[in-house]
Design a protein around this ligand. Structure first.
Ligand SMILES: Cc1cc2nc3c(=O)[nH]c(=O)nc-3n(C[C@H](O)[C@H](O)[C@H](O)COP(=O)(O)OP(=O)(O)OC[C@H]3O[C@@H](n4cnc5c(N)ncnc54)[C@H](O)[C@@H]3O)c2cc1C
Length: 309
């Protein structure tokens, strides 16, 4: 019987496994694919240390209407998906009310506050420094009004939490990022964030560290879980059954389906994110978020990665 079975070898599963290993536990990770091939592969790679509050559900009627009518580029949804998302959406809305949101943000900040240092330890252990760019990330605004709102938030974060940022005029932005071919009203440069040029490769590198430290990785699909008198049984696609004392479910968007038969309801809204790679003569010096287009332009080892933002 293993002590801990971690289901899912994305960034969450692999880093959880490393943390448990460090605590002296014996760990096995199970994933149907190689580590870091799903959401942990196709993202923008930013370790966003400046985000002091999670994204709240918009509370303004006009904002909600704009999203509902699909007027922006930031949210697209299918009407048919709404009934199954109704409960999680309602909870999201309620948890974004000011008092709840303040409490949640305080807890959230404890995680954000340690993510850079936790990554640094793993980066050093895994030899992954070459996968990182430490130049922050830039949020570019096409409208002066939106730039002002963002600049005010940056100032609040500086005062309340000591987050470092600077405001760039269009000229300064174009000077620092010569790959840009259009003008912006200006930008906020969040200076402390770092970004990864190969997020999937990073998970693979962390997984290699986990193996070097004696961990086991099993490539198999998990079909279901059952609870015998003590511990857990993990039922695999190949018909095998694995017994474990403890289980960590880190299956990302697939977690709720495994939990449902156990009577555990996990309210989750599943978003679909996209990315594409392009050849570029000149890559950005760091991720650039074009807020109005809801798109991120990221320098990656594969070239220019454009992701939904
Ligand atoms: C376009 C985009 C941009 C993003 N940008 C950022 C960013 O800049 N910074 C940031 O912090 N976050 C970003 N994110 C979010 C980030 O990518 C995710 O939060 C993160 O990757 C989730 O990791 P995970 O380990 O939970 O899930 P995943 O990486 O999806 O891992 C889940 C794993 O479970 C496995 N699995 C599922 N079902 C089974 C099963 N039945 N049996 C066995 N294995 C199974 C899958 O194969 C997969 O490996 C972005 C996301 C998107 C889509």
């Amino acid at each position: 019987m293993s002590e801990f079975a971690i289901l899912g070898a994305g960034i969450v599963g692999v880093t959880t496994a490393l943390a448990l290993q460090e605590g002296g536990h014996e760990v096995i990770i199970i994933d149907r694919r190689q580590p870091g091939r799903e959401a942990s592969y196709g993202n923008a790679g930013i370790v966003q240390v400046e985000v002091m509050e999670p994204y709240a559900f918009p509370r303004g009627a006009l904002d909600v209407l704009r999203l509902a009518l699909g007027l922006g580029n930031d949210v697209r949804y299918q009407l048919a998906a709404l009934p199954s998302a109704a409960l999680p959406l309602a909870l999201y809305y309620l948890n974004s009310a000011p008092i709840r949101y303040r409490t949640i943000s305080q807890i959230y900040r404890q995680l954000i506050g340690r993510c850079a240092a936790d990554h640094d330890k793993l980066i050093a252990g895994a030899g992954a420094e070459h996968l990182f760019v430490r130049r922050g990330y830039i949020q570019m605004h096409r409208e002066a009004r939106e730039l002002d709102t963002d600049a005010a938030q940056a100032e609040r974060y500086r005062k309340d939490f000591g987050v470092q940022s600077r405001i760039l005029t269009n000229q300064a932005l174009r000077g620092e990022e010569p790959c840009l071919k259009r003008d912006f009203a200006g930008a906020v440069h969040w200076q402390q964030s770092r970004s990864c040029v190969d997020p999937g490769g990073l998970v693979a590198t962390y997984a290699a560290l986990f193996r070097r430290r004696g961990g086991t990785l099993l490539e198999e699909e998990v079909r279901s879980l059952t609870q015998p008198a003590s511990g857990w049984h993990v039922h695999l696609r190949n018909g095998r059954r694995l017994a474990t004392e403890n289980i960590v479910i880190a299956l990302g968007a697939w977690s709720p389906s495994l939990l449902r038969p156990l009577g555990v309801s996990m309210p989750m809204i599943r978003k679909r994110g996209y990315h594409r790679h392009y050849k570029a003569d000149r890559l950005p010096g760091r991720p650039l978020f074009d807020v109005a287009a809801a798109a991120l332009y990221c320098p990656m080892s594969q070239g220019l990665r454009l992701t939904t933002g």
